[in-house]
Design a protein around this ligand. Structure first.
Ligand code: MTE
Ligand code: LUZ
Ligand code: MOS
Length: 751
């Protein structure tokens, strides 16, 4: 994979927060956190902690000079708990020491006395008590009340999906460096430098221009650093302001896993109604989102759940309600798919339940209800093509679905304890931030007078390859070789008001801004060429392969020479451009609009072999037809497809965050939290990009790729379920993911 920084990665030379060379006198910080899910702080004793060699200071909310407030959508979250703490692991104090071990050791020595308060971990229970965040949302189309009367079949059920730990390779962390006149520079592992800037500025009580945030790259985010990188930067910033020293704060892995938020668990109810010929006539769903103790991004995530409640289907009568429930868990946050996967899983459970009860294949119901050109999603947006349907049938044909199904039947008849299962998973994911205003980006492009190029955008490189994509955009527009182009760090002094690199839109938004800036430079140069080169006016000039071309033939002028001439003739070699996604809007009063620039769609066929003695399984193959537009960096996009798929499979079948009854996260290490490894990767992955799907509005004809592949993994739940039914048709299934090996075994034997 030819990523921008791949050679640094393989040599171990890429720099992350922990690699920043620190000025002398840098202090190291560690956090002291709440010992229980809910309580009133009565007394704290820092004596023993302060006596540890190297400990310099311990900061609490009393040291905050600005606001003790880090909530962005809703202002409900303190940086440091002052009187009350509301989840186990909530930060209360910051220990500063001359070395990291002293800081972490001292944090464990702080004594706290508290009065326990009642707490809630279950979202439905929180809802009953009226503990909700923001507003309940209702998306509706048609009239479900009337439609039920016309349904031949009606089924209902309850669905649970679990949390998921991001497990980015680089834990949360930041370094704060004091600068001239009280300014602070922050190096942060964040997907959202401007959110870090705002949080630090608010906590310190200074304007945004006093805080500079710089990010070279991050070691993965997966949504976990869209909002939740802010706190650590603010703590480092606060400590730096108080002490006048540089401060470094990086969470240890177990602390990160124990106290940061995860994918939201959801508990949902569905009701689905079908006609005699398996058309879904009505669908009602209610989502109880387990938001944790503070809002964080929960309302936005709930909104995306609402958008994706019917997945890839057209259902004429729909009513969905969703509510963010405040519980005493760490605030849950963005995670690849951003609430979409939770909604689609419920939809597929509803179809599966109907199929089982009607004794038909789920695919028979899926096929008859795929959304086609001109049909509407419940939020009023029309789908502009038949790609959902095309993907599904091309996948079935291309990957010999019927033969696969026959082979499975033969195999299952022959084997008593090994059973194969198959599922089909259509996906449909809207591209754009659902908060319309976030869909904007800037780029700043410098051509230095030796012909080398430096590009700044708001995009954060987190392993997804956005730096390489931006470099390819610039190389293509300027007609130069990519190795001439440097992608600079993401820095709030060079690019302001940055939207998080999130919603899979990093390459689209920042790529378009880069394209526009490079087009300006190209056009400016071409216009100036006759002025400084002596070449005739009015000719058709263009740059290709670092040469100037004139009326379709190569001239002897190369890029370096031209740029040198342009500079000496006073042609501006810097350009800035702004891009905002056109024509999107959403009306939250009516819950209708065209919130997405476009949809990414596809169909996956997943096959699994289950060992019914052990409850373990192997994924035989995943075959996908994906409408990803026309990829201009196919290896990177293939990497995103494979990584997303495996992460989705793992969410559905493997990764299980376990909370103690006290609200404490028990799975805070890789010995207790199972993530996918090389053995859990499907033995075969085939990805076919839908032909002729060049997408004109995407960047260079492509479509966003970051999150959608995750959704194919949902199919694994149903592939496993099918294999289980072959072994024991009488299993009692309560739709509850993840379907871990343990759960498979107990379900198979009805234990
Ligand atoms: N790929 C890698 N390697 N690491 C990551 O952290 N995050 C995912 C996806 N792919 C992630 C990743 C998520 S949640 C998103 S939103 C997109 O990348 C963000 O990048 P993009 O907008 O450039 O696609
Ligand atoms: N973040 C966000 C997201 O703020 N809005 C979104 O719509 C979104 N979608 C996916 C991932 N992150
Ligand atoms: Mo991704 S959840 O939008 O960071």
């Amino acid at each position: 994979m030819k990523n921008y920084d791949i050679s640094l990665h393989v040599k171990g030379q890429s720099q992350f927060v922990d690699d920043v060379s620190l000025p002398e006198g840098t202090l190291h910080a560690a956090v002291f956190t709440a010992p229980a899910a809910h309580g009133i702080i009565r007394k704290m004793d820092f004596g023993e902690a302060m006596s540890i060699d190297g400990v310099v200071d311990i900061l609490t909310s009393a040291d905050i000079t600005g606001q003790n407030q880090i909530g962005h959508i809703i202002h409900d979250e303190p940086l440091l708990a002052s009187e009350v703490f509301e989840y186990c692991g909530q930060p209360i104090a910051i220990v500063l020491a001359k070395n990291v071990n002293a800081a972490r050791q001292a944090a464990k020595m702080i004594k706290i006395e508290y009065e326990s308060l009642p707490f809630v971990l279950d979202p439905r229970e929180a809802f009953k008590k009226g503990q909700i965040i923001g507003k309940e949302r209702t998306f509706a189309m048609g009239n479900t009340d009337e439609a039920w009367q016309n349904c031949a079949y009606i089924f209902s059920g309850k669905v649970e999906s679990g949390a998921q730990e991001h497990l980015y390779l680089e834990p949360q962390g930041a370094v704060a460096l004091p600068m001239e006149s009280g300014r602070i520079k922050i190096i942060s592992s964040t997907q959202s430098p401007s959110s870090v800037q705002k949080t630090v500025a608010d906590v310190l009580g200074v304007p945004l221009n006093q805080i500079e945030v710089d990010v070279t790259r991050i070691g993965g985010g997966f949504g976990g650093k869209e909002d939740q990188a802010n706190a650590w930067a603010a703590m480092a910033g606060l400590a730096s302001k108080k002490t006048g020293q540089p401060v470094k704060l990086i969470l240890s892995r177990p602390v990160d896993m124990a106290i940061t938020g995860k994918r939201h668990p959801y508990s949902s109810d569905f009701k689905i109604g079908l006609t005699e010929d398996l058309k879904i006539l009505a669908y009602e769903v209610q989502y109880f989102q387990n938001a944790g103790a503070y809002a964080d991004l929960s309302p936005a995530i709930l909104e995306r759940t609402m958008f994706h409640m019917t997945n890839s289907y057209f259902i004429p009568n729909v009513k969905g309600t969703g509510v963010s429930c405040r519980t005493n868990l760490p605030p849950n946050t963005a995670f690849r798919g951003f609430g979409g996967p939770q909604a689609m899983y419920v939809m597929e459970c509803a179809i599966y339940e109907a199929a089982v009860k009607l004794n038909v294949l789920p695919s028979e119901i899926q096929q008859k209800n795929l959304i086609g050109k001109g049909e509407l999603f419940p939020y009023g947006m029309e789908i502009k093509n038949n790609n959902v349907i095309d993907n599904y049938f091309i996948a079935s044909g291309r990957y010999n679905l019927h033969e696969k199904m026959r082979n499975i039947q033969v195999f299952n008849a022959k084997h008593q304890y090994l059973k194969k299962g198959l599922s089909i998973m259509p996906i449909c994911f809207g591209i754009s931030f659902t908060s319309t205003f976030l869909n904007q980006a800037n780029a700043l492009v410098h051509i230095y007078n030796d012909g080398s190029v430096g590009i700044s955008t708001g995009a954060i490189e987190m392993g997804q390859g956005v730096a390489e994509k931006i470099r390819m955009v610039a190389a293509t527009v300027l007609g130069i070789f990519p190795d001439r182009i440097r992608i600079e760090s993401t820095n709030t002094s060079r690019i302001a008001n940055i939207s998080a690199t999130a919603a899979s839109s990093g390459a689209d938004l920042n790529g378009h801004a880069t394209r526009l800036a490079c087009e300006q430079l190209r056009d400016r140069l071409i216009k100036a060429i006759p002025v400084f080169s002596g070449l005739p006016q009015g000719n058709n000039y263009l740059f290709r392969d670092e040469k100037l071309w004139q009326n379709g033939t190569e001239t002897s002028l190369d890029w370096n020479t031209l740029i040198g001439m342009a500079y000496r003739n006073r042609t501006g070699l810097t350009s800035q451009a702004y891009y905002a996604t056109p024509e999107i809007f959403f009306d939250r009063e009516k819950e209708k609009g065209t919130p997405f620039s476009y949809h990414v769609t596809g169909t996956g066929i997943l096959e699994v072999t289950l060992d019914c003695r052990r409850g373990t399984f192997e994924t035989d193959s995943v075959n996908i037809v994906h409408d990803g537009g026309k990829s201009f960096v196919p290896k990177i996009d293939q990497g995103q497809m494979e990584g997303g798929l495996v992460q989705g499979i793992a969410w559905m079948t493997m990764e299980e965050v376990v909370y103690a009854e006290t609200g404490k996260v028990l799975t805070n290490m890789l010995s207790t939290y199972k993530i996918p490894d090389m053995f859990s990767v499907p033995k075969e992955i085939n990805i076919h990009f839908l032909e002729s799907a060049e997408y004109p509005d995407g960047i260079m004809g492509s479509k966003a790729i970051g999150e959608p592949p995750f959704l194919y993994g949902i199919g694994m739940y149903f592939a496993v379920l099918n294999a289980m039914r072959s072994f024991n048709p009488a299993i009692q299934v309560n739709y509850s993911a993840p379907m871990t090996n343990e759960k498979i075994l107990t379900t198979l034997y009805n234990k």
